[in-house]
Design a binder for this molecule. Structure first.
Ligand SMILES: [Zn+2]
Length: 470
């Protein structure tokens, strides 16, 4: 009692100076940060799946250092710069687990065809006549521009001259798991699979330990490579601790052909060859049966589900619900812009992934919005083996983050931020993007690439490709 009175008197007498000292002390105690971004909602995708109203994220260097209520983050951190978006959702950057970015220059080259017709009659001939390092450079710039403006911060790529893709990813300030394609016929960057493996080894060595690029080995598929090449691709990946990316069971034809040839499914055949003995990203997995899914689970293979591509090429419907129930990591991918999608818009994939499972099971609860968003963020990170680094807004993770505006006709009113992200918001609503702590899109404008030059080059290449097919 006595002490309380005494301290109250002390407090009254020294009120002003004490308050001043408190301010000084709190400023001194504040932790330094490079950025604070605040938003009306922060969708964290952390383990308890917190959605914070009036939230903020503090970033120092390439890492997130704090996520919480804006008042709390503001009192804890002293940022060099800040971005306040009271009319936006902050969310983890979207993760595209399967694409061929450079193929943006073939956008819409041939539509409404089956995969094998599309590949053999259009894509493979067009690639033979046009693909060069410069083609890949401009195509990937176009793809990266579209992806970043649409909120994708990480892409998983398979193509030729993947070293050029990696250079462009770094120039764009975008994260990538980038696989050099190995295929069993002569292509622009290799006459034989052996050449391709040598080229890939140089590429893996060059980008090892890069802060943005994870180099990978990408044998195209079981039906375009010999068993020997597939085994060698796995061995090379494991020598460098690199992931292996491959198309698996995309069509019924692929399964029928392997059954006829080996009396096995593609998954069983790849497992028998040892291709899954190490980190693997399998694109599509549409025609996988229960035994295949058990293999994928046991080998911790990550699956890139590509709903637009599977719908457009009429490949079928991947058993996403079963794979998720088994605990297989399933992410979302766009596949290429050339005929199988025809864009790299992850907001579309979010929406379609949810709706495709609903309509094919006649169950509106089959894949809820929260599950779709998980697949495009932390689930995609698991597919790539990067779940400790990216996929959620949490202290300690890399700062890959987007701000999506909520002030347009398609965004109001708002009852549930996650539902809004999946079913109502569009790629065009992405306003700001940060990758690895660096802003790369500000107020809808790309900061790292020359948009005007890219669009002009795309038109130029379009004419060249058209002429080459005559
Ligand atoms: Zn593909």
């Amino acid at each position: 009692m006595h002490r309380t009175c005494s301290s109250a008197r002390w407090g009254r007498r020294f009120r002003l100076p004490t308050f001043g000292l408190f301010l000084l002390a709190s400023t001194l105690a504040a932790e330094p940060a490079d950025w604070i971004w605040s938003g009306r909602y922060v969708i964290t995708m952390d383990a308890p799946r917190r959605v914070i109203e009036n939230g903020a994220v503090a970033v120092r260097g390439d890492r997130i250092v704090g996520v919480g209520a804006r008042t709390e983050i503001d009192s804890r951190f002293q940022p060099k710069q800040r971005l306040d978006r009271p009319d936006a959702i902050l969310a983890p950057g979207l993760i595209n687990t399967h694409t061929h970015a450079a193929m943006s220059l073939f956008r819409g080259i041939a539509d409404d065809l089956k995969l094998q017709d599309w590949l053999n009659r259009f894509i493979f001939p067009a690639e033979a006549k046009n693909v060069s390092p410069e083609f890949v450079r401009w195509g990937t710039r176009l793809g990266a521009l579209e992806m970043l403006l649409g909120g994708t911060t990480t892409f998983t790529d398979m193509y030729y001259f993947e070293d050029v893709v990696a250079d462009v990813a770094k120039e764009a300030g975008m994260r990538g798991v980038l696989g050099e394609t190995i295929i069993g016929f002569p292509v622009a960057d290799a006459k034989t699979p052996a050449d391709s493996l040598r080229f890939t080894e140089g590429y893996l060595a060059r980008f090892r330990n890069d802060p943005l690029v994870v180099p990978a080995v990408a044998p195209h598929a079981i039906y375009t490579n010999s068993d020997e090449t597939l085994r060698a691709a796995r061995a090379l990946a494991n020598k460098y601790g690199a992931p292996l990316i491959i198309h698996v069971s995309e069509t019924k034809k692929e399964n029928d052909d392997e059954q006829a040839k080996r009396h096995m499914t593609p998954v069983k055949a790849l497992d028998t060859l040892g291709v899954f003995n190490g980190r693997t990203v399998a694109a599509h997995c549409v025609w996988v049966n229960d035994a295949d899914m058990a293999i994928l689970k046991n080998r911790a293979v990550g699956v890139a589900h590509c709903p637009s591509s599977n719908m457009k090429l009429a490949s079928g419907v991947a058993p996403v619900l079963k794979m998720r129930a088994l605990g297989i990591a399933v992410g979302l991918g766009t596949d290429s812009s050339a005929g199988s999608n025809n864009d790299v818009n992850m907001f579309e994939e979010l929406d379609l992934a949810a709706k495709l499972q609903k309509v094919t099971t006649l169950d509106p609860q089959a894949l809820p919005a929260s599950a779709a968003l998980e697949m495009a963020t932390i689930g995609g990170a698991r597919v790539l083996g990067l779940e400790k680094e990216i996929g959620s807004l949490e202290a300690g993770k890399r700062a890959d983050m987007i701000a999506v505006r909520l002030d347009r006709a398609n965004a109001v009113p708002l009852y549930d931020p996650i539902s809004q992200m999946v079913y109502a918001l569009k790629a065009e609503d992405v306003r700001d993007v940060m990758v690895n702590g660096k802003p790369v899109v500000r107020d809808g404008q790309i900061l790292t690439l020359d948009q005007r030059a890219i669009l002009a080059k795309a038109a130029e290449y379009g004419l060249k490709v058209k002429a080459s097919l005559k």
